[in-house]
Design a binder for this molecule. Structure first.
Ligand code: GLC
Ligand code: CA
Length: 539
């Protein structure tokens, strides 16, 4: 059982992300909830994960599915009660599983009492909790755009001022330059630590120290001071796991964020690999080659070794499904899902599994009326307004839209995939009749058991957590192969990330039985389509 008091326990851990709205409904309202999560803890224990990151469950009008918080100290009634949350923390802990809360500290909901008061008058004490500029209707402070479309400034006529928002107008940015804001947030975080959470995921945390007049959002001037202060005032020295979401992180910054002295976070989510296959505009595809992807992974593996810590992920609630993106979601679905899993889980860092990834769940190219996410719906309407034919606009958003990841978890082949007894808030993927947890658990050769094995191997062999990284055959367009060396062991990962057989010769010293092989007994000199192997030897 996981020992959460062990120093840096998260270095050997695997974390599972739950999107609560779509995980398991317990009361038939069509929305996943905390009791639903509790009812699935046995499944998660069987998979072997050490901690669960819950996307936001705090009180929220749900404009951005909980990433718009109206009360940081209350559970949204849609998800349950504070008692349910305590029960989840307790029940999970009993299975050696920690709970990570998702903290959205960059902005609140426009229904948060701070913002409601801030809008009352310029001299209200909460006014300075947000970022305001004087202006007249139609004369915006500058031309900055918001992430989900439209300007980054919204006018409040009663005040004669604009407030700043990097995301939707219903998500006003907090003013971190106001010390009172920071102290309120720290006190709230301490209260959650007292509830017994194992850590936190920090939403868009590199965007909190901004300077809108100079159009700076990520990596603002006082960012590191604020983050070190945040650490000291909250989780510093407590051995919790913390992961910051940092779209603007490069390797030097990631080293600061994940410094081994524990002064900021345990690790960050960086997005270099996840941005290789599209233009800065996420809706515009760009060709990506395997050598490019491998070079990027290698740079991060080597760049943080011994002086920082990587987080490892293919999927999350903002990304399309990896098997549809870089695998094969047709005939070779299971093989490609396993190959991608092995490629990632052999690396140094803390792996994250997004709900359903362990089943090889796929994208969901639904018609517009079945989509739910404001980002893709806004983007669609923008494209159509600019003259793009409707069918093309829909095709453009299908590839990268966040709703791909947000369809209900597929538990069974039965009605609504066993997710709810009511009408689900978002349509269940019709392929649940084939892809579902019940079928996966009954099939010893399923994607689920590859994930289970990978998690167990990370705990059994120290080279997974400690080893360094050497990329093999960097120019090969099919094979991703690498060596990890450390703790008296050497690990070889050999993965064919293509649908054709690929030539591959193992380096000397790796013979006998492999540690893991996804397609039966290995052949010499070749990897079958989407075949993956791990080999281990003592040094
Ligand atoms: C993060 C979240 C995303 C959310 C955004 C604004 O990127 O992962 O889901 O919409 O922040 O809070
Ligand atoms: Ca429910």
């Amino acid at each position: 059982m996981k020992d959460f008091s062990k120093q840096d326990w998260w270095k050997e851990a695997v974390i599972y992300q739950i999107y609560p709205k779509s995980f398991q409904d317990s009361n038939g309202d069509g929305i996943g909830d905390l009791p639903g999560i509790i009812s699935r803890l046995d499944y998660l224990e069987k998979l072997g994960v050490d901690a669960l990151w819950l996307s936001p469950v705090l009180a929220s009008p749900q404009v951005d599915n909980g990433y718009d918080v109206s009360d940081y100290r209350a559970i949204d009634p849609m998800f349950g009660t504070m008692e349910d949350m305590r029960a989840l923390i307790r029940e999970a802990k009993g299975r050696g599983i920690g709970i990570l809360l998702d903290l959205v500290l960059n902005h609140t909901s426009d229904r948060h009492s701070w913002f409601l008061q801030a809008c009352q008058s310029r001299d209200n004490p909460y006014h300075d909790y947000y970022i305001w500029r004087d202006g007249a209707p139609g004369e915006l402070p500058n031309d900055m755009r918001a992430c989900f479309g439209g300007p980054a400034w919204t006018y409040v006529p009663a005040l004669g001022q604009y407030y700043f928002h990097q995301f939707a107008p219903q998500q006003p940015d907090l003013n971190w330059d106001n010390p009172a804001v920071r102290q309120e947030l720290y006190a709230m975080i301490r209260a959650w630590i007292d509830e017994g959470v194992a850590g936190f995921r920090l939403d868009v945390i590199d965007q909190v120290a901004k300077d809108p007049d100079r159009k700076i959002t990520a990596n603002g001037p006082r960012l590191m001071d604020y983050l070190r202060e945040l650490n000291r005032a909250t989780w510093g020295g407590r051995n919790l796991v913390t992961v910051g979401e940092a779209w603007g992180a490069d390797i030097p910054r990631a080293k600061l964020y994940s410094a081994p002295d524990g002064s900021v976070f345990s690790m960050v989510f960086q997005f270099e690999q996840m941005c290789l296959d599209h233009e800065p505009d996420k809706w515009v595809p760009k060709a990506m080659t395997l050598p490019q992807l491998k070079a990027s992974i290698a740079r991060w593996q080597q760049g943080l070794h011994g002086c920082g810590w990587n987080s490892l992920f293919w999927d999350n609630h903002d990304l399309p499904r990896i098997v549809s993106r870089w695998g094969d979601d047709g005939a070779r679905r299971a093989d490609s899902a396993k190959a991608l899993a092995v490629a990632l889980h052999g690396l140094q860092g803390t792996p994250y599994i997004y709900q359903g990834e362990e089943l090889g769940m796929t994208n969901a190219p639904y018609p517009l009326e079945d989509l739910r996410d404001l980002e893709s719906i806004n983007a669609y309407h923008d494209m159509v307004a600019k003259g793009m034919p409707e069918a093309d606009a829909l095709a453009a958003i299908h590839r990268m839209m966040r709703d791909n990841a947000r369809t209900p978890m597929q538990w069974t082949a039965g009605p609504e995939a066993g997710f709810t007894t009511g009408a689900p808030w978002m349509k269940v993927n019709p392929n649940h009749t084939e892809i579902n947890a019940a079928a996966a658990l009954a099939d010893p050769d399923s994607v689920f058991y590859t994930y289970q094995k990978l998690i167990a191997l990370r705990k059994a062999h120290p080279v997974f957590a400690e080893g360094d990284f050497t990329l093999l055959c960097p120019e090969d367009g099919q094979v991703f192969a690498y060596l990890r060396r450390g703790a008296g062991q050497e690990l070889l990962a050999a993965v064919n990330l293509s649908g054709e057989a690929a030539a591959f010769r193992r380096p000397a010293g790796f013979a006998g039985a492999p540690l893991l092989a996804t397609q039966g007994a290995p052949q010499d000199g070749v990897l079958r389509p989407w075949e993956a192997q791990l080999w281990l030897r003592s040094l």
